[in-house]
Design a protein around this ligand. Sequence first.
Ligand SMILES: CC(C)(COP(=O)(O)OP(=O)(O)OC[C@H]1O[C@@H](n2cnc3c(N)ncnc32)[C@H](O)[C@@H]1OP(=O)(O)O)[C@@H](O)C(=O)NCCC(=O)NCCS
Length: 176
Amino acid sequence: MPHDTLLVMPSAIYARSYQTAVGEGYEPDGAAPPVPPTGSIDGHIAWLSTQGDEIVLPDGRAEVRGPHVQLWLVHAYTFIGRVNIRFRLTEHLQNWGGNIGYAIRPSFRRRGFGNHILAQAIPVAREAGLAGVLLTCLDTNIGSIRIIEANGGQLAGVGPHPYHPGQTVRRYWIET
Ligand SMILES: CC(C)(COP(=O)(O)OP(=O)(O)OC[C@H]1O[C@@H](n2cnc3c(N)ncnc32)[C@H](O)[C@@H]1OP(=O)(O)O)[C@@H](O)C(=O)NCCC(=O)NCCS
């Protein structure tokens, strides 16, 4: 199905599908307002696109969110997953998060959508002027490692997780 999908701005027209995805275990952006199981998700969606506000980092420090966009992979009115593109790397993002992060809702995993959403996001970064993008993932996240490497990721480093002792982070660079 990947060729039948679109990468779109978050919109309330996908609200029911998005809420179903959350119900099945899809985890929205951690700092976003919670997603109610029914009813309006306008507040949540507005936060996803808000620019310039502060977020609290895992170590408790506050940081201004740099320019970013979250896009949704959809098929008709079905929400499949999200990709976050962060156009400026902060010190925090250099250590964990990078320029691009993504998640596919549980019921749509292992069907190529993870691979597809990253492939769709790279040209967006290129159009925004980024010659390369940093991606980070846990060394236990086999699916994400495969996705990044399939999309041209060159291993740039392996090191301890900045916030979770005992976990190891792989850092990749992808030329756009
Ligand atoms: C990681 C994630 C995005 C993968 O999405 P997906 O749609 O299942 O990925 P794909 O179907 O495109 O699979 C890509 C490759 O990874 C493999 N793969 C996916 N999940 C896997 C898993 N749990 N264990 C082993 N291999 C896995 C697939 O077999 C495929 O391999 P191939 O290209 O050699 O055939 C999804 O599991 C997810 O959203 N996880 C939670 C959020 C997350 O970890 N995001 C990434 C943060 S760095």
